[in-house]
Design a protein around this ligand. Structure first.
Ligand code: 6GU
Length: 242
């Protein structure tokens, strides 16, 4: 997979992309990440990337020319998805991450300042993504979030003991509680069932914990989760206990 990121702040990416899972994925050749400074594609002497909004109002707007110029330079004759990161985009989730993980190549544009010229949205972007209902100073942190969530879904990126399958949201449910040694920490004990060695019992306990936790914290997720008859019986039971 080849990810192209267009930004005014390329240095922001060096830390996060040079650690942990993303670093390893790049080193293994599973993903290639190219960062482009939008300012490098300006043609005026002062390398101006933003300007005042038509109609007045506060803040500056990212000009269309350097953004179009950078995208055209990157994609050449190739037809590749162009994703604009903006608080006005569709809300990012695990399913969107999985869809993007199927792309061979894509471009992320980090919006900055108070806005991006509407013609970028209308005539360049093929998709718009937001990572949540809050305002960030720019799309850079959002791009890092998207890249992390996507890269960890590429086959071969995670080792077998880091499997993506049981993570919160991967199953449509929140993850079950996890424990490691010591068995007794300050008098707080690991649940007995996890020490039992009974794999079926452990699996049942984890499933019920996932269901219980999801029902309590994020009940709306249950509408979309894949549930067995047994799961539904369990949910009905805990509901009647409330
Ligand atoms: Cl993608 N960009 C900005 N600037 N703020 C955000 C966001 C994106 N997603 C949530 N808030």
């Amino acid at each position: 997979m080849h990810i192209h990121i267009l930004t005014l702040f390329p240095n922001m990416f060096t830390g996060p992309f040079n650690e942990s899972i993303i670093k390893r994925a790049v080193e293994r050749g599973l993903v290639d990440i190219s960062i482009y400074n939008i300012r490098d594609c300006t043609s005026d002497k002062h390398h101006i990337v933003d300007d005042y909004p038509y109609g007045g109002g506060p803040g500056m707007v990212l000009k269309p020319e350097p953004v179009f110029e950078t995208v055209e330079m990157v994609r050449g004759e190739r037809d590749i998805p162009v994703i604009l990161l903006t608080p006005q985009g569709r809300l990012f989730n695990q399913q969107i991450a999985a869809d993007i993980a199927g792309y061979e190549e894509f471009i992320l544009i980090c919006g900055h300042y108070e806005g991006v010229d509407e013609r970028v949205r209308e005539h360049l972007a093929t998709d718009e993504i937001s990572i949540g209902d809050y305002v960030l100073s720019g799309g850079e942190l959002a791009a890092m979030v998207v890249v992390d969530a996507v890269v960890r879904q590429i086959p071969g990126v995670l080792g077998s003991d880091e499997s993506v399958g049981e993570d919160s949201h991967a199953t449509g449910l929140l993850e079950y509680p996890q424990y490691t040694r010591p068995q007794d920490f300050k008098g707080w004990e690991v649940p007995e069932v996890l020490l039992s060695g009974n794999h079926a019992e452990v699996a049942r306990w984890r499933r019920e914990q996932s269901l219980r936790r999801t029902s309590k914290r994020r009940p709306e997720l249950l509408d979309r989760a894949i549930l067995s008859d047994k799961d539904r019986v369990f949910l009905a039971r805990i509901k009647s206990e409330e």
